[in-house]
Design a protein around this ligand. Sequence first.
Ligand code: TXA
Ligand code: MG
Length: 347
Amino acid sequence: MKILDLKDIKKKQNYEAIKDAAAVIKKGGLVLFPTETVYGIGANGLDENAVKNIFIAKGRAQDNPLILHVSSFDMVEEIASDITELEYKLMDAFWPGPFTIILKKKDIVPSVVTGGLDTVAVRMPENIVANKLIEYADLPIAAPSANISGKPSGTCLEDILDELGPKMDYIIDGGKCAVGIESTVVKVEGENVRILRPGKVTKEDIETVVSSVILDEHIFKDLTPEDKVLSPGMKYKHYAPSTKCKLVYSNDNLKMVEKINELSSKYDSVTVICSNENQDKYKGMNVLTYGSKENISEIASNIFTLLRRVDETASDIVFIEGTAKEGIGIAIMNRLIRACSHEYIEI
Ligand code: TXA
Ligand code: MG
């Protein structure tokens, strides 16, 4: 198994080495690669068989479509049709970056990519390794987040090497992903932009470009596989550790801490995931910190790795401090509510 270390790439000050990985993509193989959001399992997005292997490697439901990653607007136009002015405006504003837009698909995109939908999700990543990989492969790369379906997305190679490594044909180690949660997914509906999955590009960010931005009602809601939703991925169990997790939030910090202390008294062994500021407020519990309350981006970048660590603690239960549902906090809470299988208390 070839693992290309980003340190080697940086040392050489050129990206030639990524051409090996691009060749693997061209031949129909699977490449684990970094993006600014999370790692992706990449394959030739126009090759039906290569894409099928992504679904097998992840154990992913067939009706949950993938994002095609591009490095140029020419590539967008190769896979999408009838692109509107507003859609171009959004792509211009937020690309390259953690932003995915749903466009009308062209026939060239195999239906296995889009789960049979007539639309295709498209993103131009900012991460230089991801960008070069697509450019050298010279084709759109289909890539879901790197994790076995249902588990937290991989934000560093150590977290996913055991579960995915043996299934990959090539691995690029790009260190820790800067953002740490997956891209914002949007769909344009007439004059409105609907956010299907919140991410680092926030509602407020999008409002600088277009006046009407709607947060889809499913962002915080419980869904079943029978529910019809605009973003099929939202209905599946996600991010969940095997250990039972409960999310607790109050905008009154003291109340939140008291509630977690009160609830934890029923259990023998408890883990708390909390802010740095609160770490000394939980006695007799195993404490994991996700960063400072003052730095919401830091929390976003740590949350998936922490969710992966909770099973190692062998606790009866894990309490997680919520964040305010504003800005990037909306994306964090969307992931945490799912990680806790909707066990959520707000006081
Ligand atoms: O940051 C990211 O977006 C990462 C990195 C690797 O780029 N990728 C990622 O892919 O998170 P994935 O497959 O884990 O999530 C894609 C989401 C799913 O919720 C899926 O249902 C939704 O995008 N999606 C894909 N195609 C869609 C479509 N045509 N219509 C609506 N939703 C779509
Ligand atoms: Mg995913």
